[in-house]
Design a protein around this ligand. Structure first.
Ligand code: WTA
Length: 653
């Protein structure tokens, strides 16, 4: 082992650093400027995008509970689609904007230039307009990872409509809830979504969802696989056919900086998913700047973020960040293990990918298949690797570094959230040496603080542990929850007054590096997907045989966290293996496959306080197989239920 590996600090190579946008001194100076004088810092960097009417006001933000209000560049106007397409046409009209790699490795990859992107987006925008979609209308996208998903996002942005993407793995019920909550005017879907050689019937899922929605909702269908689907006259629109007839140019709308760009539903600790609202100006400035600097993106590089556009990572780092920067961005329809565990690396070789960004769960899954799948491919184009979604464990980090990066690619471990719009804690690769498992330091303008979870006191010493809050606004921050500003304030600004609360626990070491220790609320992170335990619980109790359910996370070797459900059945219902399977299937249909419980334990009773509150701390410990450390159980109404739960626990280590 080298000295470096022993000390656990990995600086980028001298060669990398020499070419990097930001070196250590620049980082320090720019960071200080961004914190000491955000007005002038963001006033300057706000100019990295094109404004129709330049802003004169930079920052107008208030984190005080009761009066939370966040505005950036508020008097400026712009169009996000024009920033992602039109402004590049003169200089890079013939450059590839999007590389599309289909699920089937024998299928045809597509290289879509900026000029072609302008035409396709314009055609789609014209079709939307012709069908009555306009400024401020919500459009739900339920699509595979195909170029039309990018066109749809940018077409909405072009005409000022607000898109809300629903991940194609969600069920009809989940789709209907989002269509209804956002009061969408239209849905854009496809016939089928091929993934890993299997097809998800998106159109028939959409048909089911629309039974529960207003009959006015239009349904645009991309005929992608060409399989036959049902067709509802006067509601369904063949999108590609209409695009072929539409005008190839659509002028872009002039939008205010604070006009919403998209709503993205995400899980919280209570109740239904929350519609996170991002607006136009600040979001684009932040997405583009983090894309360029975190990944050290240079002109001509091929950038690949393997996320799905159904998640925020896909929004910021497949579409908006890269395209605002005039980059070449890769969209991959498939999965890492199809047709085999070499697919990621085959795609890197085939398209000469320079920066590759994925989630630890994918790395762990591939690590289990052995390094020979990586070694088969020429990965010499790779310059940098990224990680997102959960803490990366040192074993996965080392494997990624050694086998994929060949020890020469910096790894950027980026901590951020749907709510933050872009990276919050991340190394800038030429400036900040990595420590495996740490997201390192704050991005420009981000002012992290660690608070004591109970007293809310600031932990001022360099080395500290507590909950992670952010003391001031940054341009990429969410502005509100769709239709519910109260809930927005309650969820993020009520618990620790004056701060944005991330929901994550965090440790800061003696070098000022931040280490995320995981969620401190009832949100769990399953295969990099965020899931509210309350959502899974309400799906379970919706089953007629279930009286009560409590769901917690437990450590899972590949998924990071698995879903552990304690289920109390209705009186007289006998537990059985068949019922267990039925409940798993039930949750899959209620929410989607990503919410499938990994373990279901029959619980004759749940540990509750005398006031009837379920003591999740105890359930978590039992699920973690750590029942020696249950802590105080004296406040339980009936302590004997705990013995039964321990006796019959599913995760025996
Ligand atoms: C977790 C994904 C540790 C964290 C972009 C956060 C991470 C939640 C990291 C947000 C990381 C994300 N290290 N934990 N690098 N990145 N998380 O909204 O718990 O899907 O609060 O956004 O993922 O998940 P979301």
């Amino acid at each position: 082992m080298s000295d470096q590996a022993q000390s656990g600090i990995y600086p980028a190579s001298a060669e990398f650093t020499a070419n990097a946008h930001i070196d250590a001194d620049t980082y320090e100076a720019m960071y200080a400027a961004s914190i000491n004088n955000p007005e002038s810092f963001w006033g300057e960097h706000g100019k990295r995008i094109d404004w129709i009417k330049p802003f004169t006001k930079v920052k107008n933000t208030n984190f005080d509970y009761g009066n939370v209000s966040i505005k950036w560049f508020e008097d400026g106007t712009l169009n996000v689609s024009a920033n992602c397409i039109d402004r590049h046409i003169a200089t890079r009209g013939n450059q590839t904007a999007i590389i599309f790699e289909p699920d089937d490795p024998k299928g045809q990859a597509q290289h879509i230039t900026y000029a072609q992107l302008l035409e396709q987006v314009s055609r789609m925008a014209n079709v939307l307009k012709a069908n009555g979609v306009g400024k401020g209308d919500r459009v739900v996208l339920y699509l595979p990872m195909i170029p039309e998903a990018a066109y749809a996002m940018l077409a909405c942005a072009r005409i000022g409509a607000i898109h809300s993407i629903v991940f194609a793995g969600f069920s009809p019920d989940a789709l209907a809830n989002r269509i209804n909550d956002s009061e969408a005017k239209a849905v854009i879907t496809a016939d089928h979504a091929p993934r890993g050689g299997r097809k998800t019937p998106l159109k028939s899922n959409t048909d089911k969802a629309l039974f529960d929605c207003s009959e006015k909702v239009k349904c645009f269908v991309v005929k992608h696989t060409g399989d036959q689907t049902t067709w509802v006259q006067d509601r369904d629109i063949d999108l590609k056919a209409e695009m072929a007839e539409a005008s190839p140019y659509c002028p872009y709308a002039e939008m205010g900086a604070e006009d919403p760009l998209f709503v993205l539903y995400t899980s919280g600790s209570t109740g239904r998913p929350k519609g996170v609202v991002h607006t136009s100006g600040g979001y684009l400035v932040y997405a583009s700047m983090t894309h360029q600097l975190t990944f050290d993106y240079h002109d001509g590089d091929v950038f690949w973020c393997s996320a799905d556009v159904g998640w925020v990572t896909g929004h910021s780092y497949i579409i908006y960040g890269p395209l605002a920067n005039g980059a070449t961005t890769l969209m991959f329809e498939g999965v890492p293990t199809y047709p085999d565990a070499g697919r990621f690396w085959a795609v890197c070789e085939k398209h000469k990918v320079n920066q590759f960004y994925t989630a630890p769960t994918a790395i762990r899954a591939l690590m289990g298949q052995g390094p020979e799948w990586v070694e088969k491919y020429d990965l010499s184009s790779l310059k940098l690797l990224g990680s997102v979604g959960e803490p990366i464990n040192p074993e996965a980090w080392n494997w990624y570094n050694t086998h994929v990066g060949k020890g020469k690619c910096p790894i950027v471990d980026t901590f951020w959230q749907t709510e933050t719009g872009g990276h919050m804690l991340t190394p800038l690769p030429g400036a900040i040496p990595a420590k495996p498992g740490s997201a390192t330091k704050p991005f420009f303008g981000v002012k992290p603080v660690i608070l004591d979870a109970n007293t809310a006191e600031i932990q001022g010493e360099t080395a500290a542990e507590g909950v992670l809050c952010i003391a001031d606004s940054w341009p990429g921050q969410m502005r509100t929850l769709w239709g519910d500003h109260e809930r927005f304030q309650e969820a993020y600004f009520a618990q620790y007054r004056g701060y944005y609360f991330t929901g994550d626990g965090c440790r800061r070491d003696e070098d000022g590096y931040y280490w995320i220790t995981g969620r401190v609320d009832d949100v769990i992170n399953v295969s990099g997907h965020r899931m509210g335990t309350a959502e899974v619980e309400s799906a379970l109790v919706a089953h007629e045989m279930v009286a009560e359910a409590a769901v917690v996370g437990y450590p899972h070797p590949i998924k990071g966290q698995g879903i552990y459900a304690y289920v109390t059945l209705m009186n007289g219902i006998e537990p059985s293996e068949d019922l267990r399977k039925e409940l798993v299937k039930w949750v899959r249909t209620e929410i989607g496959p990503i919410a499938s419980p990994d373990l279901i334990q029959w619980a004759p009773g749940l540990p509750k306080t005398r006031s009837g509150k379920i003591m999740r701390r105890i359930l978590r410990k039992i699920a973690e197989n750590d029942y020696g450390a249950l802590g105080d159980t004296s406040t339980l109404a009936d302590p004997s239920v705990v013995d039964d739960l321990i006796e019959n626990r599913m995760n025996k280590g």
